[in-house]
Design a protein around this ligand. Structure first.
Ligand code: ACO
Length: 325
């Protein structure tokens, strides 16, 4: 098997910013509640008409430039998203055309907040066994398009954005270990009820606000802490490493309290945890990857560093990954 690593990163956040003060004008909430309960201060919001592929494009162009490869060199595009441009075709197909990546095989992957970790794990398999040479993995969401702006329990949490990485064979370092999991018995606590084959769109589903994301956040909180802790332990055990070997943990950014509880359980000091939740909120599939891209750009991930990605979301699904940079 070939060693596979990330050779280019890129991210894009829409221009418009929605602050907690803005939200105070929309629902019965306060900056104080949102900040203390979640760690979020503001989030980016896609402009009207700006769809997932529009966010994925600049992130992908930046990642390709960083990797110093051309779109025509891509063999595979995997887009992790739960808010694609439309139910079908895939964002990956639309992105392929926008990029001019004519020879790439393309598909989307639905694993909510664990989508990017699932995505790099899937792409790694194609590259490690030699089927493909270069892959682009994107995590992108326009979550504000499925946010119920009348529901204060959820509308304060989410934001829009995109991150992209280029994967290829590397001589040194690369992906050391990945671990993916799912518990499908808890679909009911986080989902978007209508618009699929179970409840096709109708006047009634629209009236009942069933095209918006529904979440029992309180129930998820404890599960998220325990699952992310366990996922990190499993992936480290697989790699025969300990937490002392990890330079930076880049977790899914659902709630700063969840992240800090996980870090505490794992015995990882705060300064080795990367956070962008304060500026971005929860961007589901786009969270872990944009955090990774920002950390690299800010010089917080350097050559030789070992990083741990750890994510959890609707499914319920989870994934963890150790990468030597
Ligand atoms: N402003 C003010 N008050 C609020 C708000 C708000 N925006 N939202 C809820 N409240 C109120 C509630 O109504 C409740 O009031 P009550 O006690 O009078 O009933 C009170 O605050 C406490 O509500 P909780 O839900 O218990 O608050 P909690 O501390 O659990 O925080 C939160 C809620 C932030 C959602 C948290 O539970 C959480 O982060 N959960 C995990 C989310 C997660 O991991 N999701 C998975 C990934 S997302 C994906 O896959 C797309």
């Amino acid at each position: 098997m070939k060693k596979v690593g990330i050779i280019g990163v890129g991210e894009y956040l829409p221009e418009k910013i929605l602050t907690n003060a803005d939200l105070e004008k929309i629902v019965d909430t306060s900056d104080e509640w949102i900040t203390t309960r979640t760690g979020i201060k503001e989030r980016h919001v896609a402009a009207k008409g700006q769809a997932a592929s529009d966010l994925a494009l600049p992130a992908s162009i930046q990642a390709l430039k960083d990797a110093k490869i051309n779109p025509e060199d891509l063999d595979l595009i995997v887009v992790a998203t739960i808010t694609g441009d439309m139910p079908f075709p895939s964002v990956a197909a639309i992105l392929q055309d926008k990029l001019g990546a004519k020879k790439a095989a393309c598909f989307d992957l639905s694993a909510a907040c664990a989508g990017f970790v699932y995505g790099i794990s899937v792409a790694q398999q194609f590259l490690a066994c030699g089927t493909y040479k270069n892959a682009l993995v994107v995590g992108v969401e326009v979550l504000t398009s499925v946010t119920d702006w009348q529901d204060r329990n959820t509308c304060v949490l989410f934001g829009d954005g995109a991150g992209a990485v280029v994967l290829t064979e590397v001589k040194e370092g690369g992906i050391i270990s990945t671990y993916l999991g799912c518990d499908g018995s808890k679909v009911g606590i986080l989902n978007l009820p209508a618009g699929g084959s179970r409840l096709p769109a109708s006047a009634e589903t629209v009236k009942n606000r069933q095209h918006f994301l529904k979440m029992q956040g309180n129930e998820l909180f404890k599960i998220a802490v325990n699952t992310m802790t366990k996922a990190a332990e499993v992936v480290l055990a697989q790699a025969k490493m300990t937490f002392a070997d990890i330079d930076l943990i880049i977790p899914h950014q659902a709630n700063a309290r969840i992240i800090m509880a996980v870090a505490k359980k794992l015995g990882i000091p705060e300064e080795r945890v990367y956070l962008n939740i304060e500026r971005c909120g929860n961007m589901s599939s786009a969270s872990t990857v944009t955090a990774l891209c920002e950390a690299v750009r800010e010089g917080k991930v350097k050559r030789g560093d070992v990083i741990l990605l750890d994510a959890f979301g609707a499914g319920l699904v989870w994934g963890a990954c150790i990468i030597k940079w």
